[in-house]
Ligand binder design. Structure first.
Ligand code: FAD
Ligand code: SF4
Length: 480
């Protein structure tokens, strides 16, 4: 990696990239294949915290996310400020989105249609899966057209998972994930301990370790500790990026600006820049994550090959989405959110923890707000009725979905304070009155400003977003 000091950033640069998470890294990868001679400056607020540092310190970053914004909402938000962004803390779950996720408004009258389709992303989904060495099942194409060509074999399912797969082969699958099922050089296979934000075996994909072909690319110079404050734009053109470091301000002229600074800080940067077309910050949200435990009679779980072994996808799409959010069920094969069963005699493993993600509706009043201070404020009313209704349906359906198991009892545990996904705050669309960037993720007015990352998602869907974010960025980089 070629690190430079703030006073070495004067340029000139062909491209200034703000942030170094999923959106920025995958964009740069395909962009530099097409434009190997471009000079790129990466401005990253956080430090380069190696994966060994993260394990020793038991944290992903020395900048706690909660110190970077004020939160006026009943729920919390989570992310990493540091080189590699969310590729450090993420848990490596990588489902594709369903084709109908891109057509929520026209099919079910809710939310908004995406200005791109599943078909537009198919080639890049495949590419992103290869880059991240995703392990997954070869029958995934039953659910997501073209899927199933994974570079790593699927993880071993648990005993309950195997019964569920036999009963519902078309909707129940081994979970695709960026956690190795087979060791590769320098990285072990997943040992299923479930501390995936801090993976001790390096089985999980980390950008800083596994995308060195971007960080080490001779075209890329990296300045860490550089908090971008605003973009200096005139009319339809971004002229420069202004960042602060060590209490000083620096101005970097740029031909092209790629903003990949997460769903809270990217809109705040636009607000502080006075680039307020399309209401940056409005519609921030995420899907819901909830947990149930299924108590089993004589059947033991926790013998799977990774921490999240399987997914049931039967309700990720359907007419129910007109009333309440779509949902995913996943088998949790670790003790991250739940424990062993403690009643005697030895029934410790006779329980299946099931995580449920539920799509939420993004609403304009939920917003990142610039209050004139140093930090953005997030104002959010909590999960909407749409998500609550989806959750209730998902819980009611548990006996049906898991009917192949010897169910003794189902206990709802809780809604998690956050799903760790920031979405919607710089949404993409065809109408500049209701969206910030166009279908090519270019700002509707400032035409040399591109936004990457999950902030551009116009809906939450039920799916973990980072694979889709990576595929969108690859597509963008190879077409610009
Ligand atoms: C605990 C946890 C678990 C998760 N698990 C999963 C999972 O299993 N599957 C999944 O799909 N997703 C998961 N996610 C979500 C995933 O991390 C995000 O979807 C993804 O990182 C979003 O990519 P992004 O490019 O939008 O933002 P990020 O990856 O967060 O990148 C933003 C970058 O911008 C930098 N930055 C921010 N502000 C500034 C500024 N002002 N100046 C300069 N740089 C700045 C940040 O340091 C960072 O490098 C998880 C998240 C968390 C927190
Ligand atoms: S389950 Fe353990 S080994 Fe596997 S990715 Fe998570 S932390 Fe790493």
């Amino acid at each position: 990696m070629q690190f430079i000091q703030p006073d070495q950033t004067a340029g000139p640069w062909d491209l200034v990239v703000v942030g170094s998470g999923f959106g920025a890294l995958f964009f740069l990868h395909s962009y530099l294949q097409r434009h190997p001679d471009k000079k790129v400056l990466m401005l990253e607020w956080g430090r380069h915290n190696t994966t060994d540092w993260q394990l020793e310190q038991f944290q992903n970053s020395d900048i706690p996310p909660l110190t970077t914004f004020t939160n006026e909402s009943p729920k919390s938000w989570n992310f990493t400020i540091g080189l590699g962004g969310g590729t450090n803390c993420w848990s490596g779950m990588t489902p594709r989105m369903h084709p109908n996720d891109f057509r929520l408004k026209s099919l079910y009258g809710r939310g908004m249609d995406w200005p791109i389709s599943y078909d537009d992303l198919m080639e890049d989904y495949d590419w992103a899966e290869r880059i991240m060495l995703i392990s997954g099942p070869d029958d995934m194409g039953k659910m997501f057209p073209g899927a199933g060509n994974y570079p790593q074999k699927p993880h071993r399912m648990s005993a309950p998972d195997r019964l569920l797969k036999a009963a519902s082969p078309d909707v129940f699958f081994s979970a695709p994930c960026a956690k190795l099922s087979e060791a590769v050089e320098g990285r072990s296979a997943c040992c299923s301990n479930g501390s995936c934000s801090l993976c001790p075996t390096k089985a999980k994909f980390y950008g800083i370790d596994n995308m060195t072909f971007v960080f080490d690319n001779p075209a890329v110079q990296i300045c860490t500790g550089a908090r971008v404050r605003y973009i200096d734009a005139a009319g339809d053109t971004a002229k420069a990026v202004v960042f602060e470091s060590g209490g000083r301000s620096y101005t970097v002229p740029a031909e092209l600006v790629v903003l990949g600074a997460n769903g809270i800080h990217a809109p705040f940067i636009l607000q502080q820049s006075g680039i307020t077309d399309g209401a940056p910050g409005a519609y921030i949200g995420e899907k819901m994550l909830a947990l149930v435990e299924i108590f089993l009679d004589g059947l033991e779980h926790f013998d799977g090959g990774t921490s999240t072994t399987a997914v049931d996808l039967r309700y990720v799409d359907g007419p129910h989405r007109a009333e309440g959010g779509a949902n995913l069920y996943w088998s949790e094969n670790s003790f991250q959110w739940s424990g062993l069963r403690l009643e005697p005699p030895n029934r410790f493993r006779e329980v299946l923890p099931v995580a449920i993600t539920v799509e939420d509706e993004l609403l304009a009043d939920n917003a990142v707000v610039d209050t004139g201070g140093d930090l953005p404020k997030v104002v959010h009313a909590g999960f909407s009725d749409y998500a609550m209704q989806g959750l209730q349906r998902a819980i009611d359906k548990v006996p049906e979905v898991f009917a192949a198991l010897p169910i003794e009892d189902v206990q709802f545990r809780r809604i998690e304070p956050t799903t760790d996904h920031l979405q919607g705050s710089l949404r993409m669309g065809t109408d500049k009155a209701t969206s910030v960037v166009d279908p090519g993720q270019v700002h509707h007015r400032v035409r040399n400003l591109v936004v990457v990352g999950t902030s551009v998602f116009p809906t939450t869907s039920w799916a973990n977003p980072s694979l889709t974010c990576a595929a969108m960025s690859l597509r963008l980089g190879r077409t610009m």
